[in-house]
Design a protein around this ligand. Structure first.
Ligand code: NAP
Length: 351
């Protein structure tokens, strides 16, 4: 049943930043999301400590960026509010070993993605608040937008703890800059299922498959791989930027009449009823837990299939031609490096 009721959007005026004042906030993990949340919250005036495992490569980075770095257990003991920003598949083991034994009544545990809680991989005692603050963008963008006075929109959800827990989630979202853009309340179930579906069917899986299929079709028909790369990959960002700025209709305002006619008459032939049926199948696998079961099994089996597929994908001809063409546009390559290394370059710049 389609849900047509507009969702409430929380902005800066709805947050109560004081609920996190005089509290210790711990961020467990200092990767993409962890470093962004920690730095933004510190810049917003909160006391933040970092929890990491003994040999983590991020210990020095976090220290150089001004944080007290502790073992995960000590960080959980010291903190009132704890965000778990470690990889999803590692979270259950970290929780069992270092978080659960150090939780006590009234503490708040924050997730940035609902998977571990929704699929039951982590079960938290009822007297501990469980919430989610999930920015709708990569961690490095959460940091760079904050520094520019902007913000990445985020979702919040409350699994346990009611209104006080929701205020903590909203204050955290505010501290990372998300309320500047807008925060929407969801549930762990809705966030998990839509997030997995979006990345599998559209954002990562769907788009990569579409680009490769277009590239392969042109190359097979005898066109130069360079031409195929420009037409099916390089220009995608320009079109997506227009869509993000002003919607699909707005993008169509900027393209030629010929492009527009081809778009509306040919697009539905590429993504057709068969594609939609497959999307529905993918969604059902997510909703039934089949996907998570498969992913946990693959992870626990040493990621053999995952690594094999990724290695084969990296050898696709589009990667070689793309690398050569991007090297002719140093600004594109530089932006990529800057985006991926924002947290680390800040340290290097200081040296
Ligand atoms: P990530 O970049 O891979 O970083 C994970 C961090 O956890 C690293 O600092 C890692 O240490 C640390 N870590 C690994 N094992 C640990 C342990 N045993 N104890 C403590 N720390 C440990 O992860 P991420 O992509 O930010 O993902 C974190 C969470 O954010 C996930 O739930 C994910 O779904 C969610 N999320 C991510 C994004 C994104 O933009 N990537 C977007 C939305 C939500 P090292 O530094 O030593 O490797």
């Amino acid at each position: 049943m389609a849900n047509t009721k507009p969702a409430k959007v929380y902005t800066v005026k709805d947050a109560k930043p004081a609920v996190l004042k005089n509290k210790t906030l711990a961020v467990i993990g200092y990767g993409s999301q962890g470093h962004a949340h920690a730095l933004n919250l510190k810049d917003s005036g909160y006391k933040v400590v970092i929890g990491l495992y003994p040999k983590s490569k991020s210990i020095d980075v976090a220290k150089k960026q001004g944080f007290k770095v502790m073992s995960t257990s000590d960080a959980v003991k010291e903190a009132d509010v704890i965000m778990i920003a470690a990889p999803d598949m590692k979270q259950p083991a970290i929780y069992k070993a270092d978080i659960e034994p150090n939780l006590s009544k009234g503490k708040t545990l924050i997730f940035t993605h609902g998977l571990a809680i929704h699929s039951g991989l982590i079960k938290v005692p009822a007297d501990v608040n469980v919430v989610m603050v999930a920015p709708k963008g990569p961690g490095h963008t959460v940091r760079s937008q904050f520094l520019e006075g902007k913000g990445v929109p985020a979702l919040i959800a409350v699994q346990q703890g009611g209104k006080p827990a929701k205020e903590i989630a909203l204050a955290w979202a505010n501290g990372i800059g998300a309320t500047r853009a807008g925060v929407i309340e969801t549930s762990f179930k809705e966030e998990t299922e839509t997030d997995l579906f979006g990345e599998q069917a559209v954002l990562c899986g769907g788009v990569s498959a579409l680009i490769k299929a277009g590239f392969e079709t042109l190359v097979k028909a005898g066109y130069k791989p360079e031409m195929a790369y420009f037409e099916c990959c390089h220009e995608l960002k320009l079109i997506v930027d227009l869509i993000v700025q002003s919607g699909i209709a707005g993008m169509r305002f900027s393209i030629s009449e010929t492009a527009k006619y081809g778009d509306v008459t040919r697009g539905p032939r590429v993504v057709n009823d068969k594609t939609k049926k497959e999307m529905e199948k993918i969604l059902k696998e997510i909703q039934s837990g089949k996907f998570t079961k498969e992913w946990v099994k693959e992870y626990e089996g040493g990621l053999k299939n995952y690594k094999k597929i990724l290695a084969a994908e990296e050898k696709h001809p589009i990667e070689k031609v793309g690398q050569r063409l991007r090297s002719l546009m140093p600004w594109v390559a530089k932006q990529n490096i800057k985006g991926a290394q924002a947290s680390y370059s800040a340290v290097v710049e200081k040296k």
